[in-house]
Design a protein around this ligand. Structure first.
Ligand code: ATP
Length: 211
């Protein structure tokens, strides 16, 4: 059985620059997690408060949660370990605890690493993430109200991702279309006006259709 998808930092292919808008979220993530992953020794000497070891990203589908987790790993030079709860429950049915232990053990062997748990559920709650290892857990969910108490306790920092607002649409479109050759007639302002409330993934879908 394949334990998890592991992507080395140089192969992840997503950086903070590829993510449009979400400036506050990017800044918060940089501040909270980059330093502990890159300079763990600063935290061992007791000069700084305990590093953040887990964050819950929640928000509607397609709003950039996966992208942000990947960008954190890229920028921190960390391996990206992708585990999806639905995959685990089908493949590792009845062996959840063993699986989670094995993933954390792998993550600390190849640290620094970011474990990304998509569709997070109660399973994660059974394993403490020791402070000194350069392992960060980023968990994502579209249904924060269904989460198990144990998961919430282990991931005390929560970050909300909202469907984009008007000013964000333009910023996301600029990033998504950065590598495309655009006709001079394309009016991003007008498209942004028409796509108010679209998620990043909706906007990405748009870019496949000629304007
Ligand atoms: P889900 O909850 O369905 O897993 P998600 O919140 O993890 O969704 P992503 O997988 O990160 O969403 O985003 C899907 C796609 O939408 C990305 O691959 C990207 O093409 C586009 N996208 C989303 N948000 C942004 C953004 N802020 N800037 C640029 N592209 C974005």
């Amino acid at each position: 059985k394949l334990l998890a998808d592991v992507i080395p930092p140089t192969d992840i292919g997503v950086s903070f620059d590829d993510i449009g808008a979400l400036e506050n979220v990017k800044d918060t993530l940089k501040e909270l997690v980059m330093l502990p992953l890159q300079r763990p020794e600063l935290f061992c000497k007791g000069q700084l408060t305990k590093p953040c070891k887990g964050i819950l990203l929640f928000g509607p589908p397609g709003t950039g949660k996966t992208m942000l987790a990947k960008a954190v790993a890229t920028e921190a030079g960390a391996n990206f370990i992708n585990i999806s709860m639905s995959g685990i429950t089908s493949k590792w049915f009845g062996e959840g605890e063993k699986y989670v232990k094995a993933v954390f053990s792998l993550a600390s062997k190849i640290a620094p690493s970011v474990i990304f748990v998509d569709e997070v559920d109660s399973m994660l709650g059974r394993r403490e993430n020791p402070d000194k290892e350069r392992v960060l857990v980023l968990a994502a969910t579209n249904r924060p109200f269904d989460l198990d108490e144990a998961v919430i306790r282990r991931l005390p920092r929560r970050q909300l991702f909202c469907v984009v607002s008007l000013s964000c649409c333009k910023k996301i479109l600029i990033v998504i279309l950065a590598k495309e050759e655009l006709s001079p007639n394309v009016d991003l302002e007008a498209i942004a006006n028409m796509t108010d409330g679209y998620s990043g993934s909706d906007l990405k879908g748009l870019s496949f259709h000629p304007f």
